[in-house]
Design a protein around this ligand. Structure first.
Ligand code: ATP
Ligand code: MG
Length: 478
């Protein structure tokens, strides 16, 4: 049986204690009821409250039309915004907390696998629950009427399974994004995917190619940030490869190298899992993406030498170029993407336990990541150490010693930082103005060249970072 497919029985509450319901959500519910409509909490809040985590934001569904919802909220003095009236959604805001309030509806046909062509408003909440993706997401709750669970969502929470509502193949056929959502919820909750749902999901995975890339990106971020992406790579390879086609080439990609005991996919899964341990609890999204993408360029760079050994010359560069493209398509914010790509680009750059070597790496990391403050760059550099440690222990056994060596490298880096080490032009003890007057250079690119030369000399340890020494170095140079 595949790893992670054994359902485990969990302690799930038999009912939700009404005192757990947040006041801002209840205010919306009561406003609708006071106007004579029916209303329920639905979706993520109900799921997570049963799991003992009632912190999820509240979504409400109601028999009221969006116009009636607006009127009811107004009568109760609650702010309302028309955030999706074509789908029946009005967002109420209570004490600064938004509550999406949506009319009971069923989705029409999905001809483009993206959006329902139309939605039809209905009067029975059960019909609304039936259009939802998974049983654990298809429950409604009311402080007096209690739990409404027509598809056995509570029991599936106990079993720890993600199960499609209705016929899985039909549901994935309507909206292929649900394939990725299933994996996201399995990762987030640490659940298995129910076998029939799993079979349908693998069949439907190629249809993800027709789903808008930014929708795919949003779900992938959820998978990456669950901290269980290694599980997804190993158990939901078809889905991950459909979401990021370059991953498809990694499975079975024998590296033919004494440095690698695993194929590119298993190596990546191990690095992805490794950072969760090394980073010690709070792992940044950029490190998670960098671990996932660090070797994505390998298959494209593979060569075999005369001795039959595999090499991947240039794979960090190729991987960085591919990552830029992949992350842009997925609509990952540009700043985040630059930091991820900098980690990918430099993950394999040779580094010795010497100040110049470390300074060169951190200088490059600072420049490529676009991060401005020293504190931010230092943090990213520590993440680089975690990435390298994870990379080392995911290779062949004889490479693992490098992970320990890195501890020494990182100690040296801490010392460099504590001693005010210089790795950017802004850290130099001279400014552009100093350079112009001391070396008689006119404003223009030559000033930057001079500062760069000064920085290189300081990083190499040839000149100390003080004003007098730098100016005399520059005078000699120009
Ligand atoms: P979270 O936002 O914490 O990831 P959630 O349950 O709130 O979890 P959303 O993606 O915000 O998930 O969706 C809200 C609810 O809408 C879901 O619980 C589900 O019932 C329904 N839903 C969302 N997207 C789909 C979809 N593509 N197909 C069917 N139902 C969906
Ligand atoms: Mg949500």
């Amino acid at each position: 049986m595949r790893e992670g497919t054994v359902p485990t029985h969990r302690q799930i509450a038999s009912h939700i204690d009404p005192t757990l319901a947040p006041a801002y959500g209840l205010a919306v519910l009561h406003a609708l009821e006071a106007a004579g409509h029916e209303a329920w909490f639905v979706g993520g809040w109900v799921r997570d409250a049963l799991r003992g985590e009632p912190a999820h934001d509240v979504d409400v569904c109601t028999s009221a039309t969006w116009q009636q919802t607006e009127r009811a909220l107004e009568a109760a003095g609650i702010e309302a915004h028309e955030t999706g009236i074509q789908h029946g959604t009005v967002t109420a805001v209570v004490g600064g907390r938004p509550v999406e309030t949506t009319t009971y509806r069923i989705d029409g046909a999905y001809t483009d696998q993206r959006h329902p062509d139309s939605v039809t408003f209905v009067t029975d909440v059960r019909e609304d629950l039936a259009r939802r993706d998974f049983t654990v997401n298809a429950m409604a709750w009311h402080p007096e009427r209690g739990l409404l669970d027509p598809f056995g969502g509570r029991e599936d929470l106990e079993l720890g399974v993600i199960r499609a509502v209705g016929e899985p193949a039909v549901r994935f056929g309507e909206d292929a994004l649900r394939v990725l959502r299933a994996v996201r919820f399995a990762c987030r909750l640490g659940f298995a995917i129910e076998p029939a749902t799993q079979r349908a999901l693998v069949d439907a995975a190629p249809e993800l190619a027709h789903v808008a890339r930014e929708r795919v990106g949003a779900e992938l971020r959820g998978i990456v940030n669950s901290g269980r992406c290694a599980w997804a790579l190993r158990n939901e390879f078809e889905v991950m490869a459909a979401a990021i086609p370059a991953i498809g080439r990694m499975r079975g990609f024998a590296q033919r190298s004494p440095y690698h005991s695993y194929d590119a996919l298993e190596h990546t899964a191990r690095v992805v899992a490794g950072i969760e341990c090394f980073a010690g609890g709070v792992v940044s999204e950029r490190l998670r993406w960098a671990a996932l993408l660090h070797d994505i360029g390998k298959p494209a760079c593979f060569t075999v030498d005369v001795n039959g050994q595999g090499h991947f010359y240039g794979h960090p560069h190729e991987g960085a170029v591919m990552s830029v493209h992949i992350l842009r398509e997925l609509a990952i914010p540009l700043e985040l993407s630059r930091q991820i790509v900098a980690l990918v680009r430099l993950h394999d750059r040779p580094m010795k336990a010497s100040a110049p070597s470390e300074l060169r790496l951190v200088a490059d990391l600072a420049r490529r990541s676009g991060l401005r403050t020293r504190a931010e760059v230092v943090e990213l550099m520590h993440e680089m150490f975690d990435l390298r440690r994870s990379d080392a222990i995911a290779k062949a056994p004889q490479c693992r010693a490098y992970a320990t060596e890195l501890n020494g490298h990182e100690r040296l880096f801490r010392r460099i930082v504590a001693e005010g080490g210089c790795w950017s032009m802004g850290d130099l003890a001279v400014s552009g103005g100093d350079v112009m007057s001391a070396c008689d250079i006119a404003p223009g690119p030559a000033v930057g060249d001079a500062l760069r030369a000064a920085l290189d000399a300081v990083i190499a340890g040839h000149v100390p970072n003080n004003r007098e020494a730098l100016l005399s170095f520059l005078r000699k140079l120009f």
